[in-house]
Every structure is written in structure tokens, then in C-alpha cells.
Design a protein around this ligand. Structure first.
Ligand code: ADP
Ligand code: ZN
Length: 312
């Protein structure tokens, strides 16, 4: 039974037809303006209509960043789009004559990993998406953990550091401020200001300007053996591993899947994560441990997960 998944990002919408094996059979995308909810809805309806010309589908899942109500209908709050208590399902469903659900984008991406990616075969999984921020999804006993109100698994906002870095959510010291692409670039830029000599390789890529250092540069120099680059990824990995150990104390997952743009660093990030995780895990040696795995689904995880959640 095919389904359509729609992934609404800050500046673009991507939609695809997904089959029972999680494969995308066709895909379309369109640019959008985050300040124009009406335009976003029209684009969703149009993309779905276009895809349905060639494919029979049973359901449509729409994923977006934000708090989505547990009845999968309302976006209560979105950080990047002008939605506040916004009845997104009601706005698009009348124009789409199959069932429509709304899902949180990180939950959708995590669900795709659980069903078709690195987490297939386990029943209990935590997904950590290390992108610009830190997103999460939690699967318990084969079910997505939604919480009482639909807003569970916002793991990026677990407080890790009292009086730490200010977070966009209004608090200080959130895990996301230490375990994300933004944290990596912040630390890299600070290191380059503090010690330009040591950051020579990074600065060469950034045209000599610390503020132009980007995440991919860190991976690039680290892969070439640069000490600072390796250290920056190790520091990031340590924050991720320590937090993952805390989540393991709560959830006892079989697998922790690490994805997002920063994972292009591969083992340069995974090895420090595993090491810090092991050091921080309570009662190590007296308990089975989750496997820590790189995500397998690429950028289309949101589409695949939203589609699959719509038909389940
Ligand atoms: P988003 O979170 O915006 O959806 P991504 O998952 O692509 O997007 O993550 C973007 C973040 O990942 C940025 O902070 C970027 O600096 C970082 N990033 C992207 N590629 C790499 C890389 N090769 N190595 C390290 N960091 C990277
Ligand atoms: Zn926060």
C-alpha cells in the first residue's frame, strides 16, 4: 500500500510516494516562504495532487518541525514557520480524499530509521539527529513514544549544563547547545580566535576568517589528520555520548541511531561517542548495552517516515 510523505522544511517542501519497503518511487520539491502558511498549504495540496496522478495511495503523512498534537492534527508551535495552534490537517485534508496525518519531523525521520534503516530489527530505539540542532525520536516496544500531548522526545532540550549556553527555547544549558552542528561551529570558531596557529588548516578553508568556519571544514581537516579538527569532533562526540548514556538509564534501548548532517564525520564522531557513552553508562558491565549505530537513511528519512506513519 503506497503512501505519500511530505516534509515541510523552513524554505522548501519535499514530497514523495513511498512503497511498503520504504522506497521512494517518485519525488517532488518546491520552495516556500516560512511566513506564508497559506502558500505552504497550497504547495502541500498541489504536490500531493501531482503525485497522485501517477500513483494510487492510501494515506498522506505531513512532517514539520514543531510541537504536533497527539491526535496528529494541530501544530501547536513551530520554531521556523508562522504556526501557533495551527490546524494544519484541517487546512489540507478537505482537498485530499485519503486520510491525512501531521507528524513531527524528527519523529518521522526516527521512525524511518526504525522501520527501514539502522534500527530495523529492534523494538526499542533512540534516534539522535545531529543537524543544526539536536532532534530526537524514541521508539518503545515498537511504538513511537508520543507522550501525553504529542510532544515527547524533545531531547535537545534536556538541561545538561547549569547556567550554560543560551538556547533558542528560552533556557540555558540545553543539550542541543553542546551536541549539534551549531555547537561544533561555535567551538571551532572560538578555537580559531583563541589560537589561530593551531587552527591554520581550518582557517585556510575559511579564507582566514574564524566566523566563516563551517561544520564540513572541521570534518575535512580532521580526515586529513588535523589535530584540532579531530579534537573538536571528539569534544562534540563526548557531549553526545554522555547524554546518550543518560537516555539509556531511562529507556534501556537496544539501539541508539545517530544521524543528521554532522554524521558525515563518521567514525571520527562515532568513536568518541562510544567511548564517552561507555564511561558514562551506569553499572557498566552489569547490563546489556545498546548498539550505537550510524543512521542509514539519507535526507529523505522525513518523507519515508511520515508516509509510513500515515498508513500505520
Ligand atoms: P538541518 O539540521 O538544518 O536540517 P543538517 O542535518 O544537514 O541540516 O545539518 C546541518 C549541520 O550539520 C550544520 O551545522 C553543518 O555545519 C553540519 N554539517 C554538515 N555537514 C557536515 C560535515 N561534513 N561535518 C561536520 N558537520 C557538518
Ligand atoms: Zn533548549
Amino acid at each position: 500500500m503506497h503512501a505519500i510523505g511530505v516534509d515541510i522544511g523552513g524554505t522548501k517542501i519535499a514530497a514523495g510516494v513511498v512503497d511498503d519497503d520504504g522506497a521512494i518511487l517518485a519525488k517532488l520539491r518546491r520552495d516556500t516562504d516560512p511566513d506564508e502558511p497559506g502558500q505552504i498549504e497550497r504547495a502541500v495540496v498541489e504536490l500531493v495532487g501531482e503525485l497522485r496522478r501517477d500513483f494510487e495511495v492510501a494515506a498522506v503523512g505531513v512532517a514539520a518541525a514543531g510541537f504536533v498534537s497527539s491526535d496528529r492534527a494541530t501544530v501547536m508551535f513551530a520554531p521556523n514557520i508562522a504556526w501557533r495552534d495551527y490546524p494544519l490537517r484541517e487546512r489540507v485534508a478537505p482537498f485530499i480524499d485519503v486520510p491525512v496525518v501531521v507528524e513531527n519531523d524528527a519523529n518521522a525521520a526516527g521512525w524511518a530509521e526504525f522501520r527501514y534503516g539502522a534500527g530495523r530489527g529492534v523494538q526499542d530505539m533512540v534516534m539522535l539527529t545531529i543537524g543544526t540542532g539536536l532532534g530526537g525520536a524514541i521508539v518503545v516496544g515498537g511504538q513511537l513514544l508520543r507522550g501525553a500531548h504529542g510532544v515527547a522526545a524533545e531531547i535537545g532540550h534536556v538541561r545538561m549544563v547549569p547556567d550554560g549556553h543560551m538556547c533558542g527555547c528560552g533556557h540555558e544549558g540545553c543539550w542541543e547547545q553542546y551536541a549539534s552542528g551549531r555547537a561544533l561551529t561555535r567551538q571551532a570558531r572560538a578555537a580559531a580566535v583563541a589560537n589561530p596557529e593551531r587552527a591554520a588548516a581550518l582557517l585556510a578553508l575559511a579564507g582566514g576568517e574564524p566566523k566563516k568556519i563551517k561544520g564540513p571544514y572541521v570534518t575535512e581537516v580532521a580526515q586529513a589528520g588535523d589535530e584540532l579538527g579531530i579534537e573538536l569532533l571528539a569534544e562534540l562526540g563526548e557531549w553526545i555520548g554522555v547524554g546518550a548514556a543518560s537516555l539509556t538509564a531511562v529507556l534501556d534501548p537496544a539501539a541508539i541511531v545517530v544521524g543528521g548532517g554532522v554524521c558525515a564525520a563518521g567514525d571520527l564522531l562515532l568513536d568518541p561517542i562510544r567511548e564517552a557513552f561507555g564511561n558514562a553508562l551506569s553499572a557498566r558491565g552489569h547490563r546489556p548495552e545498546p548498539r550505537i549505530l550510524l543512521a542509514e537513511m539519507q535526507n529523505d528519512a522525513g518523507i519515508v517516515g511520515a508516509a509510513d506513519l500515515a498508513r500505520t
